[in-house]
Ligand binder design. Sequence first.
Ligand code: HEM
Ligand code: HEM
Length: 151
Amino acid sequence: MVADAVAKVCGSEAIKGNLRRSWGVLMSADIEATGLTYLANLFTLRPDTKTYFTRLGDVQKGKANSKLRGHAITLTYALDWFVDSLDDPSRLKCVVEKFAVNHINRKISGDAFGSIIEPMKETLKARMGSYYSDDVAGAWAALIGVVQAAL
Ligand code: HEM
Ligand code: HEM
């Protein structure tokens, strides 16, 4: 249920605090580099997901692939929609449900979407350095769980 997953995230100050603090670090760094790291981690840890991205051309080319580069930027800003809605459960639900439509169109199941949890963890480790903790990764897994519930 999306509502339960939303309530878990929005009802926990610890989860929201971890999301906001880590988001601040990711956004204060180079957003494009964050997105490219995130995608590179996805394709390395879960090579099966590359088949979904054929429209973007050769994803192995990284930054040299302009569509992939564009996706890295827009994908990172998309996370801002979620983080910006944490204090308003009905708004988070709306944003997630619209976002789910885009992924349902690409036939991505909740399980397939879960492929992003480990790559997110590695991205957080890479970008946050000593500020990283497993609680931060857990907070992102909870937020990703909201999207999974909508798929
Ligand atoms: C979707 C931005 C103008 C048609 C989107 C999305 C964004 C966006 C962020 C969500 C990503 C997505 O669902 O793929 C903008 C901005 C615009 C603009 C910033 C102008 C500055 C337009 C115009 C049209 C249009 C002029 C039509 C003439 C659509 C459609 C979708 C979409 C059909 C997909 C909706 C769906 O089925 O999910 N747009 N858009 N957009 N936009 Fe735009
Ligand atoms: C498209 C964000 C996870 C597959 C998009 C778009 C955004 C986005 C903003 C562009 C909107 C559109 O084209 O409709 C995110 C975020 C994710 C995430 C923030 C994680 C937190 C995933 C995962 C997969 C995936 C895990 C696959 C397993 C796709 C595909 C497209 C897409 C195939 C369309 C690419 C294209 O052909 O244009 N995503 N996504 N996404 N996403 Fe995601």
